[in-house]
Design a protein around this ligand. Sequence first.
Ligand code: GUN
Length: 294
Amino acid sequence: MVERGALIDGAVLAAKVTAEVGNDVRALAARGMTPGLTVVLVGDDPASAVYVGSKERTCIELGMRGETIRRPASITQSELLDIVDRLNTDPAVHGILVQMPLPKHIDAEAVVRRIRPDKDVDGFHPVNVGKLWIGDTDGFAPCTPAGVLYMLRASHVRTSGAECVIVGRSNIVGKPMAGLMVQPGVDATVTICHSRTRDLAAHTSRADILIVAAGRARMITADMVKPGAVVIDVGMNRIPDATKKSGSRLVGDVDFDSVRPIASRITPVPGGVGRMTIAMLMANTARAAAQLGA
Ligand code: GUN
């Protein structure tokens, strides 16, 4: 019997990762070291403020130093680069994360390139992008795709030779996800689809593993999914819902209710991939501290 509609529980797996990071932090503490993450938050985007708050809280729960530098959206490029320069040389800071998106007048690429690659726990610096693709494991992989791969492994999903179709080609999720899935040891056959892909359904319906990170609410419907596929939903879309006190609710890029009975395993939104991202950030920060020594 083929298993159908089993949930991959992000909360349970994230708790497992953070427990492991807690052990690493205690081992580093025994050597007199406290891993430290500094997040730079520019402007007052409410969603970013929520993410950044939980990053700082999780650091502190794990016994790491978690600091947030908040600056108004009016900050200049050179002021922001000065902050990065200061963090690059601060020995108490092992991980630096500049929360995206940044205001339009800031060159986000230039900011990312200014971060020391060995403190770039987001894995966005070109050095870390290159290390991911060549399989150099002392670099940092972006947290969301790293979290997805962890979920697949922890759920014993067979990746070797599997058809893996990724919907979305962002530098934060789609592209690095492809890089991780083709590495030796993972060994999937990867297709990346995007907004210009002809006949998206023809691709998605071939997937043994379908990973969706397109940012479009419930775009993947049951007719686009192969029976028995593993479906990973990276989407986080807020849609109006008059039955909720807030007037809205969070949905993924997958039409969960119709796809769940077809999939063998599926991640819910919320409670799926989102929970993993912060856990992997904590893991990257503890490893940055260990690698930096000091
Ligand atoms: N904004 C949304 N996701 C991310 C992330 O993973 N890192 C950063 N720096 N900003 C984000």
